[in-house]
Design a binder for this molecule. Sequence first.
Ligand SMILES: Nc1ncnc2c1ncn2[C@@H]1O[C@H](COP(=O)(O)OP(=O)(O)OP(=O)(O)O)[C@@H](O)[C@H]1O
Length: 656
Amino acid sequence: MSDSERELFGGPLRYDTGWSDHEWAPLELGLLSSVRAMPRMVAGTLRLAWRTDRPALVTVGIAEAGQGLTAALSLLVVNSVLGSLLSGGSAADRVSDALPALVVGAVVAVVGALLASWSTSAAGRLEPKVERAANEEYLRAAVRVELEAIEDGEFRRLIDTAQYGPPSARNMIGACVATMNGAISLLAVGGVLTVLHPLLLPMLLLIAAPRGWGAMRVSQRRYLSVMAWVEHLRASRLIAGLLTSRSAAHEVRVHGVGRFLLRHYRNMAESAETEATRLARDKAATELLAAALSGVAALITYGTMAALIMSGRMDLAVAGTAVVAVRSGSASLGSLVVTTNSLHEESLYVRDMERFLAEAGDRSIPYGGRPIPEPTKVITLEDVSFSYPDRETPALTGLSLTIPMGSVVALVGENGSGKSTLVKLLAGLHLPDGGRLAWDGVDIREADRDQIFDRVSLLTQDFERWPVTARTNIEIGRPDAAEGDLDAAARYSGADRIAETLPKGFHTLLARVFRGASELSGGQWQKFGLARAHYRDAQVIVVDEPTSALDPESEIEAFDRIRGLAGERRAVVLVTHRMSGVRHADLIYVLHEGRLVEQGDHESLLAAEGRYASMFHMQAEQYGHGARAGNGAVPRQAGATARDGLPVDTSAEETV
Ligand SMILES: Nc1ncnc2c1ncn2[C@@H]1O[C@H](COP(=O)(O)OP(=O)(O)OP(=O)(O)O)[C@@H](O)[C@H]1O
């Protein structure tokens, strides 16, 4: 770590995401522990593949076992050929003796090649299927979990890590096939050697073990080097990004941050180079040590073999076969180490995904439940309380109120008073901790939640700006509708006029990052949001701060339109800090610290001179219009609007 990393970031720059927990995974396994962990990892992959495409898996299995058999057969062929070549007689006789075995060897080699390509094609078929199946399982589980799980930081980390599960499951197929291949060839070679001479197998292990250890160590060193580079690279990319970013451009120039960061950039590059040199030296030393150990083992093995041959206890042909076997066996072991390592790393992500699926299953929104009467007449809350898991003070306490259909209900209160939380409870996104929330007498805990979702239209402050076309941005309000009235929805909110100005009208992509796309202003987006809420055509329409980005004229229009959404069978629940929008609501609920403190219509609440009245007057007085003089009437014609769209008392204005 460089001084600059210490000074700028307080240490190495590591991500605080779920996947970063596994960044060091390849260093966790030693030679023995990887052998021990192999059956578990292979079994996990096989289970996944079995669920996805059994014929392909069986094909891979047969082809791999067949390849093991061909490896064993080819060793026996080598033994037989060497036996013929080293026997007595003329050279021509010896070669013609060896000919049948050579032909068998050629056939075995062809069969082996065919089996290898059969296995490759079946594994290639299996891999994308496994990834797709795992991806679908992951995404299906993710969209069904309760909102509370989504808001839980630990669970979010799990969702984040689990997204790497599907590609890892795919990679595991390849790694598993390679591991199986290595293990089967090793077994085949071991089996043949044992048959040829009982001492040959221990000799193979003796010579192959240092190679395996060396391969494992070199791969770990290489990984360590990559990781050291990654952290440096990450830090220098961050600095380079800041130096060229638009948002930092002002301070980079005026405050001299450019010079400061450039100095650190150079400092980090220098220490990265020093580290790279050190690692290269270390790697070379490890490789040398592994080669020396392997050389010593080879010396012992070949020395023993020579002694055995000279004492007549080993046939020369067997010794020749053993040399070939030892070479191919140690190569198999080397690649086995590498593939087991990657199998281990990938399996960690697959395990995370399995953990996610299990937890998501426990935290998912249940299917089915009691049906809700159609159409709903009223939503009632009786003594409802709700706390967020990580908060000590409840967000809502003892809340009793009703939302009758056919009315406009406004929720007002200071920041953090619980309005948005109440909205989430109404929409069925959270369940109350205490009390009862019922749709026409059906408690939400027992109700069919999908039916509730179906009857709610949600336009929140941070409603989604989908990176799709303008048209789909409205139609996504009810994505499965056979045919909705797009024109009426767009006309309703004024989105039609915005679409006219877009290069491809309603077919314009709304996402600045893509070529040919357009971006809307905040207020224009809100009009699309309103159109979406209209298009959804639901029974309960919840609008949370719908006008914060609108200009005064549009805001007044928007409030009129939102009120217009209410019908005999519909209710509009309006959350806003703009008191001008609240005035015409049929019912106003005033929340304070999670409790309902006042309720009534605008006139009665003003007359009560309580919290609502003081909030209303305070907002009006801010603009110096002496709202207390009148009843706080808000002009409904754009011409008489205050410049910022806040309540204006026209009679007071005349006085002023
Ligand atoms: N996802 C959350 N996790 C934990 N606490 C939350 C969460 N959302 C809101 N809260 C807390 O619950 C309380 C009520 O918040 P809520 O968002 O319902 O208030 P609000 O009246 O809508 O506020 P605002 O006017 O600022 O939108 C606050 O104390 C807030 O900090």
